[in-house]
Design a protein. Structure first.
Length: 354
């Protein structure tokens, strides 16, 4: 009911400003349960006295001790995304983040003026909140002009340093400690490093880690997956394979002669995945996807040598009475779907806040 009345009575729509102000006051009562209780018990006069006391209290807090919270007001958190490599998340790293934030002006201690000249804010009629139209519905938000205090420094008393703004821009560098095993999309909170505002609790600076894709490794939780190509001779005769890890170690894998390696085999190297955060010496596993590489160019004499070694396999399996149908084959064209299903599990969380 009250919300509709506000729409009807707004001075911009031909309403009476005084009536509108009284409605705003009623709205202030509605959004502040403490004011509501005073209004219900002591009526309009009681509320006026109460509001005067609240303003005096605010006044003392703002101009007595800058930086003290008033009514739980808090500045917005600020979010910074930093791009990190998978190596950074594996090994850990100190990553500096520099930004400019607003801090309380030291010249005027956040008062905005050298001498204190104060009046009720003309934007919110001293209520600290303004009513805005959002999708044709009136909504209240902290007053932008007085930072929700309901008070303004009078013109002419402006501090020369902050020009009456109460705050000045200042550069800040945070050192982000990326611990081994931290994840893509992980948010690290630096309490109280957002913008300062007189009479408000300072919000936090939140740093979000965004991992770049890695050319050789995919991460899935604490596990890593990589591809390994083995030439056909090693696959048959055995030998050594090497994988360069994220900390520049090289993993040497012995392939025994007696085991024939098949294409698309899936190996697991226990304990060679990502470090597990909060568990020193604990690591996930490394998954290895094998592809056996066949030689691309063989000479006629090399093929002849292979035939001598491997023998005429196809003919050997034929029975004399087999009913043969000679067919022509064509190259199969891949449909446009992802072939490497095993790589699809990697999640990517963007920093949607900026
Ligand atoms: Zn205001
Ligand atoms: Zn100042």
């Amino acid at each position: 009911m009250v919300k509709e009345t506000v729409v009807m009575m707004h001075p911009d729509r031909g309403g009476d400003a005084e009536v509108f102000q009284s409605i705003i006051q009623a709205h202030g009562v509605l959004i502040h349960p403490d004011r509501r209780a005073v209004y219900d018990n002591e009526g309009e006069e009681g509320l006026s006295k109460y509001m005067a006391a609240v303003r005096t209290d605010m006044f003392n807090r703002i101009f007595g001790r800058a930086g003290v919270s008033v009514g739980g007001r808090r500045t917005m958190d600020r979010i910074h995304c930093i791009r990190v490599s998978l190596e950074d998340l594996y090994n850990g790293k100190i990553h500096p983040v520099t930004f400019t934030r607003k801090v309380i002006c030291v010249t005027c201690s956040g008062k905005g003026g050298k001498q204190i000249g104060v009046k009720e804010c003309k934007e919110c009629f001293g209520q600290g909140v303004t009513i805005n139209m959002l999708q044709n519905l009136p909504t209240s938000s902290p007053c932008q002009l007085c930072f929700g205090t309901g008070l303004m420094v009078t013109v002419g008393d402006k501090c020369p340093t902050c020009e009456g703004q109460k705050v000045v821009p200042k550069e800040k560098t945070l050192l982000v400690d990326i611990e081994p095993g931290m994840k893509n999309g992980q948010a690290l909170t630096f309490e109280g490093y957002s913008d300062q505002s007189p009479g408000a609790v300072t919000g936090d600076a939140i740093v979000v880690l965004e991992q770049d894709d890695h050319p050789r490794f995919e991460r899935n939780g604490d596990n890593l997956t990589t591809k390994l190509s083995i030439d056909v001779l090693t696959a048959i005769a055995g030998g050594k394979a090497r994988i360069k890890h994220l900390d520049r170690r090289t993993l040497a894998i012995a392939i025994p002669q007696e085991n024939l390696i098949r294409d698309r085999e899936h190996w697991i190297v226990p304990g060679k995945g990502m470090p597990v955060p909060g568990k020193p010496l604990a690591f996930g596993d490394l998954h290895v996807k094998i592809s056996v590489e066949f030689p691309k160019n063989l000479s006629v004499s090399q093929i002849q040598q292979l035939k001598e070694v491997l023998g005429p396999i196809l003919e050997k399996n034929l029975s004399p009475n087999e009913d043969l149908d000679e067919v022509v084959v064509e190259a199969f064209k891949k449909p446009e779907t992802k072939d490497d299903v095993w790589l699809e599990n990697a999640s990517e969380e963007g920093c949607s806040h900026q």
